[in-house]
Design a protein around this ligand. Structure first.
Ligand code: SAH
Length: 271
C-alpha cells in the first residue's frame, strides 16, 4: 500500500500467489471500501467482480485483469458453479485472485458458497468483510438500524429465494412479530406479496416504510411511504435495483437524522 496510507502496527497482509481473497466492496460509495480492501486491490493479479461494482474501486487495481461475472446486456449472470470453478482455476494458476462483491461478502451475496467451494478444493482464502447495504446504506440515508428507544432487534430478510420466487419457506408471521425493524434485500419484485404477508401477520398498514435505492451513490433515491402504500409507491417511483425496503419506527427518525439534507441548513443557521 502507498506511503500515503497509515501503516498498522503489524503491517498490511501480503497477498500470496495462489490465494483467493473474498472482499466486500461496501454499498457503493468508494470511500466505504475498507483499507484491507484497498490493500487487496493494490496487490491482486485478477479481480473477479459482480455487476454494479463502482468503477472508481475497480480503478484502484489498474495492474490486475478484471473479470466481470455479473449480468451483461441480454445475458444472464454466470452460474454460481461456473464462478466457483473459475475462482479455483485462477488460484490454481498461481494468481492472486480478488473476488470482489458488493456490500459484505457473506450477506445475501453467495460469498459463503464461494468460500465453501474454495475450502473443498483446498484453495487458501481470506475474507475481508465489507459494509453491508442494509446497515451502512441505511445509516448514510439517515436511518439508524437500531435505536435504544425504538428497537431491540432487527431482522434482515431476502425478498427472494434460490429460485427467484418470494421465499414461501420463511415464517412471515415470526418475521413480522420478531423485531420492530425489518430490512429486506432484493425485495422489489415481490414487494406486493411481502406487504400482504406482513399486514396479514399483524404489522400495521400505516407503519413507516422506506425504499432506498442506490444507497451512498450519486444516483441514490429514497422514497418514504407506509407499509400499506408500499406496492403503489414502488409502481409510481420508477425505482430500480439495487434497492432495500425497510420497515419500522426508525424510518421516521430520518426527519431528524438525514444529515445530508440537514448539513446545508445547519451551515446556514451557523452563519
Ligand atoms: N452483499 C450485499 C448484498 C447482496 S444482495 C450487501 O451486503 O449489501 C443484493 C441486494 O443488496 C440488492 O438487491 C439490494 O437489495 C441490496 N443492495 C446492495 N447494494 C445496495 C445499494 N447501494 N442500495 C440499496 N440496496 C443495495
Amino acid at each position: 500500500m502507498s506511503a500515503a496510507f497509515p501503516l498498522p502496527a503489524h503491517g498490511w497482509p501480503l497477498f500470496q500467489p495462489g490465494w483467493v481473497w473474498l472482499v466486500g466492496a461496501g454499498p457503493g460509495d468508494p470511500g466505504l471500501l475498507t483499507l484491507h480492501g484497498l490493500n487487496a486491490l493494490r496487490q491482486a493479479d485478477v479481480v473477479v467482480h459482480d455487476a454494479l461494482i463502482n468503477s472508481d474501486i475497480l480503478g484502484w487495481a489498474p495492474q490486475a485483469r478484471h473479470v466481470d461475472m455479473g449480468k451483461r446486456a441480454g445475458k444472464t449472470s454466470a452460474r454460481q458453479e461456473e464462478i466457483n470453478a473459475h475462482l479455483v482455476a485462477l488460484a490454481g494458476q498461481g494468481l492472486r485472485v480478488l473476488r470482489l462483491k458488493g456490500g459484505d461478502p457473506y450477506v445475501f451475496g453467495r460469498g459463503g458458497e464461494e468460500a465453501q467451494a474454495l475450502a473443498q478444493a483446498g484453495v487458501p482464502f481470506r475474507v475481508v468483510p465489507g459494509i453491508t447495504a442494509g446497515i451502512g446504506g441505511l445509516a448514510a440515508a439517515g436511518i439508524p438500524v437500531t435505536h435504544r428507544a425504538h428497537n431491540q432487534a432487527v431482522t434482515f430478510v431476502t425478498g427472494h429465494d434460490q429460485t427467484g420466487a418470494s421465499p414461501a419457506s420463511l415464517d412471515w408471521v415470526a418475521i413480522a412479530q420478531g423485531s420492530q425493524m425489518l430490512v429486506i434485500y432484493m425485495g422489489l419484485s415481490h414487494a406486493a406479496t411481502i406487504t400482504a404477508r406482513l399486514i396479514a401477520a399483524g404489522r400495521p398498514a400505516d407503519e413507516p416504510c422506506a425504499i432506498l435505492a442506490h444507497a451512498t451513490l450519486p444516483s441514490q433515491r429514497l422514497v418514504e411511504t407506509t407499509l400499506g402504500q408500499l406496492p403503489m409507491a414502488l409502481q409510481n417511483s420508477a425505482i430500480t435495483a439495487p434497492a432495500l425496503i425497510c420497515l419500522g419506527p426508525n424510518v421516521a427518525l430520518r426527519a431528524q437524522l438525514d444529515w445530508q439534507a440537514l448539513a446545508p441548513r445547519m451551515a446556514m443557521a451557523a452563519e
